[in-house]
Design a protein around this ligand. Structure first.
Ligand code: HEM
Length: 178
């Protein structure tokens, strides 16, 4: 049987996927909410879970450094071998850039983040309306890039699993062996 990802890498992958789907859905919905307590609470949860993604991605990069992913099987074509790292590193970059831009945006708006209302985080930048607008636009553009790259990632999974049945998806499937 071909090697699969380690259980820790799978756990980090699926927890991140769950959080990112939630964040994208809630992010797209929350901006249209009327100003009030509900909006404030939803924004807080968005920020807290977004920072969980930052921690998960940092943990993932460390894990990947110590435990490189299993080699791709021979069935993977040359162009797929070339595209896979671009897609994966693009995703990892966005999973860092999204929460960092959000954190900086809040800080530039003069709103400090207290993680889950318990851990007060530092403000990396001073309040600055122009910087806030720039970071808000950046967070928006990055979110659209993330949606595109996630869609391509899922399309690649379907291509491997449904069209080719080459076992690539099983490497990351959470219920498999290590
Ligand atoms: C992977 C992590 C994250 C994802 C995928 C994400 C995604 C999104 C999305 C899709 C939107 C809606 C953009 C729009 O259509 O206008 C949004 C808005 C927002 N995000 Fe995030 N976000 C993440 C992390 C964070 C973090 C860590 C913070 C702050 C600490 C944050 C703060 C905000 C704020 C304040 C808005 C509302 C901006 C506005 O009112 O226009 N986000 N986010």
């Amino acid at each position: 049987m071909p090697p699969t990802y380690h259980a820790a890498a799978k756990a980090l992958h699926w927890l991140t996927a769950l959080a990112v789907f939630g964040l994208l859905g809630i992010g797209l919905w929350m901006t249209g909410l009327p100003i009030g307590l509900q909006k404030l609470q939803v924004y807080n949860w968005h920020k807290w879970v977004g920072l969980v993604v930052l921690a998960l991605t940092a943990a993932r990069l460390l894990w990947r450094w110590w435990h490189p992913p299993p080699p791709l099987p021979d069935v993977v074509t040359r162009w797929e071998r070339a595209l896979a790292p671009i897609g994966h590193w693009g995703l990892l970059f966005l999973l860092l850039a999204m929460p960092v831009s959000g954190w900086l945006m809040s800080s530039a708006a003069g709103v400090s983040v207290s993680w889950f209302g318990v851990v007060p985080l530092p403000n990396p930048v001073s309040p600055d309306p122009a910087l806030f607008e720039a970071l808000r636009s950046l967070h928006f553009v990055l979110s659209r890039c993330l949606i595109l790259v996630v869609a391509l990632h899922i399309a690649a999974v379907l291509h491997h699993d449904v069209l080719r049945s080459d076992g690539i998806f099983r490497r990351m499937w959470p219920l498999g062996r290590n």
